[in-house]
Design a protein. Structure first.
Length: 299
């Protein structure tokens, strides 16, 4: 709902999100300032993750594949196609129930199905209630906690382990136990000779602000099973290095925000007056983007 609102206000352009998420009702006080803080933070997330994805696509000249883990209603495939930046194959993975909903939306809305057909070549497109497979785009219903099952399903949809591979996980690993996320990261690092992983999630969760975030989520019956690995930027990097990745970096979202083009920052801050600067900075210091690579061919 938050990205849908942000797009409607003009933070960034996404002509496809309207087909997956209904327009939210107008925000009312007292949440209004918190909402602005979250939307501005989401803008930095979208910009930061997109920057890394496009850097990988340009470096590989799109001769690569992307595996979007826990993709939900993400619209990245369609946006990359519009920019002529599609990889050789784009995979999405999520729970079968979420995948079924997404496939239903794609089948029933021509602006979503048409780009898939346009990019498809070869045999007939395969589609059922829990998976969709075309030559450039696949959605797979799988549980990320079981990497052997995940690999089997991806290979059935033409995953090529020899292609440079980018794995994207946004607010996904934190919902898995440390052992489960370690297994997934280790599987990826040992499977692909040339690979990169991007992880966006919480950080600095041991301080008072982090504890309040955890308590608020627990009150909504939302448990962060992997939150112990979100204690610092160091712990985020260490997790990647300990599970087979050769190089790893992590920066908090306040740092990402400071890297945004100043014209962009002025534009988005003019969209809605952001008067809770302290709350914004605290929130941004409690999320991060981490990325790691494994590169046998010195790409």
């Amino acid at each position: 709902v938050l990205p849908r609102f942000a797009v409607s206000v003009g933070y960034w352009k996404d002509p496809y999100i309207q087909y997956f998420v209904r327009q939210p009702k107008e925000r009312k006080a007292p949440e209004i300032n918190r909402g602005k803080v979250c939307v501005a933070g989401y803008y930095a997330r979208v910009h930061g993750v997109s920057h890394l994805i496009k850097a990988f696509l340009k470096k590989t000249e799109c001769n690569c594949q992307i595996v979007n883990l826990g993709a939900g209603m993400d619209t990245l495939f369609w946006r990359l196609k519009d920019e002529n930046l599609l990889p050789r194959k784009y995979f999405e993975v999520d729970f079968p129930m979420i995948v079924a909903r997404k496939i239903h939306n794609i089948k029933s809305k021509p602006p979503l199905s048409k780009p898939i057909m346009e990019s498809h070549s070869g045999d007939s497109l395969l589609i059922d209630s829990h998976s969709l497979d075309s030559s450039r785009y696949s959605i797979v219903g799988a549980d990320l906690r079981f990497s052997s099952d995940l690999e089997e399903k991806l290979k059935k949809h033409s995953l090529d382990i020899h292609l440079p591979t980018l794995l994207v996980a946004e607010c996904v690993l934190v919902y898995m136990t440390p052992q489960q996320s370690a297994n997934l990261l280790r599987w990826a690092a040992s499977t692909f000779p040339v690979a990169m992983v991007i992880n966006y999630e919480q950080v600095n969760m041991r301080d008072r602000f982090g504890q309040i975030m955890i308590e608020n989520l627990q009150r909504r019956q939302c448990s962060l099973a992997g939150v112990e690995l979100c204690s610092s930027l160091h712990s985020q990097r260490e997790r990647l290095l300990l599970n087979g990745w050769e190089n790893a970096r992590a920066i908090d979202m306040m740092k990402v925000y400071s890297f945004l083009p100043q014209a962009d920052v002025k534009r988005i801050e003019a969209l809605e007056f952001l008067d809770e600067k302290e709350l914004f900075e605290q929130l941004m210091q409690h999320y991060c983007i981490c990325w790691a690579s494994k590169d046998s061919s010195s790409l």
